[in-house]
Design a protein around this ligand. Structure first.
Ligand code: AMP
Length: 397
């Protein structure tokens, strides 16, 4: 069975085609600048030169059309006919309270995507455009939506409500939804397999630390609490996002700098986080290099990132009661040996101990705690696309 996975942004589209017999990626590609001058598609197939299509792509339907052309291209493609595609899995961002698992896209799902566009105004419409393009161009193939929010729908009310007048939850559905659900779910499944534990009895803390970053407390295999909120802005310090703030900072800045809601949103999402603090970069490789060279603000940004993560980790250990493993994933979680070390520093007092030698790894699937640590510490490479492909496969079977 062959499954195409599509992840649409407002002007971009990433895709991967999986052969589910062996769960291998047959091809990966990226379309950039959809609807802007200079649209282009780059496709990568192992053992072949990169394939480039530079043609105007005024919308997502055009872009998906070129993706299909690239997939069946005689020299550069990997399939001979589009009928070889058995299903398409789409990444969707916000399904709100209406979607608690991956689903075949029908009218109900479309309504939910529309309803929660209020909380994901850039992402949900782009995700929908990708789906509509596939529906038009491949009318006989089933489309599945996999939502970033779905995994977190098991959180109890005490963990998802904000301490506001309850009427705002009832009126606008303002609450914590959580994101990165596909990654946290994948990590939970992998941790159960690696630790050889029944997933229904598995308690872990999944730390997805990338440019966007979130931590999820998983109780009995289900999301119990998470750091991101109504939108992916809450929680940890991130590459360019502020994470947690006193809300008064927002109202003060809007008054003092005469900012509109769009401007303050842009400030908090694109110009804050470790980029805002360091003034240098949102990339942790740059920050680590700069901090080593004595750049004070880069050093502070890294410490802020680690301390915010520690606070949530310690809190979630207490919320879970019993924690089997702390798992690091995402670009930083998988690759930054020093960030994992700084986050875990201080947990030795609870006999949760990182083994510095074992921790000297990047990616893969590794246990990096000492043999006598009360809680296993792990590094597991995430694979959201494979998770989407697997959910799609199981729904269309
Ligand atoms: P992601 O959003 O999960 O793709 O993560 C991207 C981020 O991972 C980059 O912006 C870097 O900050 C970080 N990253 C990737 N490789 C390394 C590395 N070797 N050391 C430290 N940080 C890394």
């Amino acid at each position: 069975m062959k499954i195409l996975v599509i992840n649409c942004g407002s002007s971009s589209l990433k895709y991967q085609l999986f052969d589910m017999e062996n769960e291998k990626v047959m091809v990966k590609g990226l379309v950039e600048r959809i609807g802007i001058d200079g649209s282009r598609l780059i496709q990568k197939v192992e053992g072949k030169e990169d394939f480039l299509i530079e043609k105007p792509m005024s919308d997502h339907t055009k872009a998906v059309g070129y993706v299909f052309d690239a997939l069946v291209d005689k020299e550069n493609g990997v399939i001979s006919d589009l009928s070889e595609i058995d299903g398409v899995g789409h990444r969707f961002v916000h399904g709100g309270e209406k979607v608690a698992k991956s689903v075949i896209i029908d009218d109900e799902v479309k309504k939910a995507v529309e309803e929660y566009t209020k909380f994901a105004p850039l992402h949900n419409p782009a995700n929908m455009m990708g789906f509509e393009a596939c529906e038009n161009l491949l009318p006989n193939v089933k489309n599945v939506a996999v939502f970033d929010t779905a995994f977190h729908q098991t959180m109890p009310k005490e963990n998802y409500l904000y301490a506001l007048d309850y009427k705002y939850y009832e009126k606008y559905a303002i609450r914590k939804y959580g994101f990165h659900g596909t990654s946290h779910k994948y990590i939970t499944q992998r941790a159960a397999a690696i630790l050889e534990k029944d997933i229904d009895d598995l308690n872990i803390i999944s730390c997805h630390l990338g440019n966007g970053a979130s931590i999820c407390a998983v109780k009995n295999g289900k999301s119990f609490d998470t750091t991101m909120g109504l939108t992916p802005l809450e929680g940890l310090v991130m590459g360019t996002r502020s994470g947690d703030l006193d809300p008064t900072v927002v109202t003060f800045l809007m008054d003092a700098e005469n900012m509109s809601t769009a401007e303050i949103n842009n400030e908090l999402n694109k110009k804050s986080g470790v980029l805002g603090i360091s003034g240098v970069s949102s990339d942790f490789r740059d920050l680590e290099e700069n901090a080593n060279e004595g750049n004070e603000r880069s050093g502070i940004a890294l410490k802020m990132f680690a301390n915010r993560a520690k606070r949530y980790l310690a809190g979630y250990i207490a919320e879970l009661g019993r924690c089997d493993a702390i798992v690091f994933t995402g670009g930083i979680g998988e690759n930054s040996v020093t960030m994992r070390e700084s986050i875990m520093e201080g947990f030795e007092q609870f006999n949760i101990k990182l083994d510095k030698e074992k921790n000297n790894v990047r990616g893969g699937e590794n246990i990096v705690s000492t043999d006598d640590s009360n809680v296993k510490i792990m590094v597991v490479a995430t694979n959201e696309e494979l998770m989407i492909a697997k959910d799609t496969q199981s729904l269309i079977k």
